[in-house]
Write a protein that binds this ligand. Structure first.
Ligand code: AMP
Ligand code: MG
Length: 327
């Protein structure tokens, strides 16, 4: 009898020390698959957190999109007469301020006012183009440098070509809001992954989360892997995400505000930043700037990996420190 008890005990202990299983759920939203992974939490808490995080991210998408039929403050601003002051809701004004800061810090590579140009190119439309627009059409949609004036009564559009477009960083902001919602539920270890753009918090049963950076030209290929824990946001902008090929040339959804044409400096740019909003804004901006921006990246607290237009890989010191291995 005694012997049986002793033998059972280690087995029971082993069973008790098993970490709780990850809870994982995937939803389609913001035009992509969003996967929520929660580790080290009981299932009921994890599922309630994921439900609220998904609802919050859906809300953000609806508030900020310039597409679809539903009404929002961004669309109303874009439709307001030039010269008229319009009050933006605090959440929209705050995100716009973040974008204007990155616009200034990136030398104009990020432009939150190119909604009209974005619609002309149509990469986010239901019926995408097969051929590029004409130069005259581009000039009629390309916003000038001075697009906005801030007044006590609100923001003023200075030109009909100036229309808000949060497409370059709304997904990152949604990810940040999703993580905030998980934390509100007491969840400490999680990933919110929206089509490869993600924020990770905590760890995976005491070990880091392992994340691969995908190769822009090899669908299953990985450039390198990262072992991440704590609070890390990582976002990639790539010319393979939304594009068409015409006469052997690739036209894609990241536009150079200097020309109105797709930016030609990079194939993909991966950025690690303090939050997903910044990682998303900067990945788009650095995609436009290309490797010339790399030396400045650390002054903005960014780890950056660039695959340039020739397929060559460049990483700043902050990214090299984090990369486990490169292929
Ligand atoms: P991302 O995939 O995060 O690099 O963002 C690309 C999206 O941001 C596009 O679909 C446009 O809506 C918008 N966009 C494209 N080029 C720019 C740019 N230079 N600055 C700001 N937004 C842009
Ligand atoms: Mg972006």
């Amino acid at each position: 009898m005694m012997r049986i008890t002793l033998m059972l005990l280690p087995l029971l202990l082993a069973a008790c020390s098993q970490p709780p299983k990850d809870i994982q759920e995937t939803r389609f939203m913001m035009g992509t698959l969003v996967t929520f992974t929660v580790a080290g939490s009981d299932a009921t808490k994890a599922k309630a957190g994921i439900r609220d995080a998904a609802a919050e991210m859906q809300r953000v998408d609806t508030e900020f999109t310039i597409y679809g039929n539903s009404d929002n403050a961004v669309k109303r601003f874009n439709a307001a007469p030039v010269g008229k002051a319009v009050l933006l809701p605090p959440e929209v004004a705050t995100l716009l301020q973040t974008a204007l800061t990155v616009q200034q810090q990136s030398g104009g590579a990020l432009d939150p006012m190119l909604g009209k140009l974005d619609k002309l190119w149509g990469f986010s439309s239901e019926t995408p183009r097969q051929h590029p627009p004409s130069e005259a059409e581009i000039q009629a949609a390309l916003p000038p440098r001075q697009c906005l004036r801030q007044t006590p009564q609100g923001y003023v559009r200075l030109d009909p070509r100036c229309q808000l477009d949060f497409g370059a960083f709304a997904k990152g902001y949604a990810i940040d809001r999703g993580i905030a919602m998980l934390r509100k539920h007491g969840i400490r270890n999680a990933i919110v992954n929206a089509g490869g753009d993600m924020r990770i918090i905590g760890d995976h049963d005491g070990r880091p989360w392992h994340i691969g950076i995908r190769h822009p030209r090899k669908a299953e290929g990985v450039i390198g892997t990262l072992a991440l824990s704590g609070d890390v946001s990582i976002v990639t902008s790539g010319d393979y995400e939304r594009f068409f090929i015409d006469h052997g040339r690739r036209y894609h959804h990241i536009l150079d505000p200097a020309t109105g044409w797709p930016a030609m400096a990079s194939e993909s740019v991966t950025v690690i930043a303090p939050n997903a909003t910044l990682a998303d804004a900067w990945s788009t901006a650095i995609f436009v700037r290309g490797v010339t921006f790399l030396p400045q990246a650390s002054t903005h607290d960014l780890a950056v990996l660039i695959v340039d237009r020739n397929g060559r890989i460049h990483a700043n010191a902050a990214m090299q420190r984090r990369l486990q291995h490169t292929n």
